[in-house]
Design a protein around this ligand. Structure first.
Ligand code: FPP
Length: 250
């Protein structure tokens, strides 16, 4: 069968793709296995999608790996996920280096167990000069947490006299978010049939196109990614303008 990769217009690629990797637990349950078995198999999809994005020329891939709310899961699942994340970061260091991919992480990283935080920092440091693609893991992350942090940072700057209230605009605000310096994602993908944001990148997804698929994350492969990008490329992004205005400006 012909690859859907051929349907993608490389000149109009999204620069930044964000993904809510959902359905690991249900995928495992379908096979009568423990939830962690789903997460373990989710790693294969992370590898495939990172590789596919880098090959195409996508510059930023951002994955929702562990939300603030995920701390409320059973201690057994949280521990298993933390161990899996550390192991994956160490195991994949060579692949990241070979593919010139920079690892980045955002979220309340101070809540991560020390061994996990150390493994993360080691991989981030070892890949910091790679410039083909930035792979950002959102860990202990939530959009509201991030926006609250930005508000506190701005309040501190005003208090210290570094910033006037009149100077606060969207740009200043964006620069106080964890994603400062990154373009906003043009495309958000969520797997497993759920159609909600679940506190992910609330500020950054303001104008993004959303793509939902029924597939569970461990089953989401390169061809599924190509389909999502091809679907995105068939849409008209208007940013509040009319279709006619967009044609006139071309
Ligand atoms: C959502 O499925 C998935 C997660 C909460 C964890 C995602 C983690 C991985 C894919 C493991 C490796 C990740 C990296 C970045 C190396 P769910 O548990 O909510 O599934 P359910 O909705 O079916 O219960």
């Amino acid at each position: 069968m012909e690859s859907l990769k051929n349907k993608i217009d490389i000149k109009r690629l999204p620069q930044h793709i964000a993904v809510i990797m959902d359905g690991n637990g249900r995928w495992a349950k379908e096979q009568g296995k423990m939830r962690i078995f789903g997460h373990q198999n989710g790693v294969g999809a992370v590898r495939a999608i990172s590789e596919a994005c880098a090959e195409l020329g996508v510059k930023y891939l951002t994955l929702y790996a562990f939300s603030t709310e995920n701390w409320n899961r059973s201690q057994i699942e949280v521990d298993a996920l933390m161990r899996l994340l550390s192991k994956t970061m160490s195991d994949e260091l060579k692949t990241l280096t070979d593919n010139n991919i920079r690892l980045n992480a955002i979220g309340d990283l101070s809540r991560l167990p020390k061994y996990n935080y150390d493994a993360l920092m080691k991989t981030i440091d070892a890949t910091k000069y790679n410039d083909r693609m930035t792979l950002t893991l959102c860990l202990s992350y939530s959009g509201r947490w991030e926006i609250t942090q930005a508000a506190k940072m701005i309040a501190e700057k005003v208090k210290s006299g570094e910033l006037d209230i009149e100077q606060i605009d969207e740009n200043v605000f964006s620069n106080c978010l964890n994603t400062s310096g990154m373009p906003d994602p043009e495309l958000l993908i969520r797997t497993s049939g759920e159609e909600r944001l679940s506190n992910f990148l609330l500020w950054q997804l303001a104008y993004s196109e959303f793509y939902f698929t029924e597939k569970f994350w461990p089953d989401f492969g390169k061809e599924d990614l190509y389909l999502a990008i091809a679907d995105y490329q068939n849409r008209e992004r208007r940013f509040g303008k009319t279709s006619e205005q967009l044609t006139e400006n071309k």
